[in-house]
Design a protein around this ligand. Structure first.
Ligand code: FES
Ligand code: FES
Length: 156
């Protein structure tokens, strides 16, 4: 169940059970996100635009902007093609990974927060056993974050 915080302009949703404690929000906007205070979110600490941009960096989706696609800060661009072939990665057991869905990250295939000005959010991968995965780099797969061969249909 998401908690809602609003400043009358935007509404931020908070789902504690999704949080992976990256603390990106606390480091990025400490006047808004401060877990030593209650409530820990104070939307008076920054402009709506800055808050929306910060919330979009949340790698787990624990923080979200309500009705994000309709906010005046939204953008409807397509995912950027980061590569035309999948990348094979080794996944460690129990570790949380954030796969870049927007294609803009400089640290492919992982999210680096560059999705903040887009409607995209990273997808979280967590495995219980060490494994290998073929991750989509074209960002068009129907089985994201995994490659499903869609890259073969892309025209340059
Ligand atoms: Fe985060 Fe692409 S940089 S989804
Ligand atoms: Fe995207 Fe294969 S790299 S579907």
């Amino acid at each position: 169940m998401a908690k809602e915080y609003t400043n009358g302009d935007i509404t931020i949703l908070w789902q504690a059970d999704k949080c992976i404690h990256s603390e990106i929000c606390i480091k990025g906007l400490p006047r808004v996100f401060d877990n030593s205070k209650r409530p820990w979110i104070d939307l008076k600490g920054a402009s709506s635009r800055d808050i929306v941009n910060q919330v979009r960096k949340c790698p787990s989706g624990a923080l979200a902007v309500k009705d994000d696609k309709t906010t005046k800060f939204s953008s409807m661009e397509n995912a950027t093609i980061a590569g035309t072939k999948p990348v094979m990665v080794d996944l460690e057991a129990g570790k949380t990974y954030a796969w870049c869905a927007c294609g803009k990250s400089s640290n492919q295939p992982w999210c680096d927060g560059s999705h903040q000005t887009t409607q995209f959010r990273p997808l979280i991968i967590k495995t219980m056993e060490p494994s290998k995965a073929s991750l989509c780099m074209c960002k068009q797969s129907g089985s994201r974050p995994y490659c499903d061969g869609t890259h073969n249909k892309l025209t340059s």
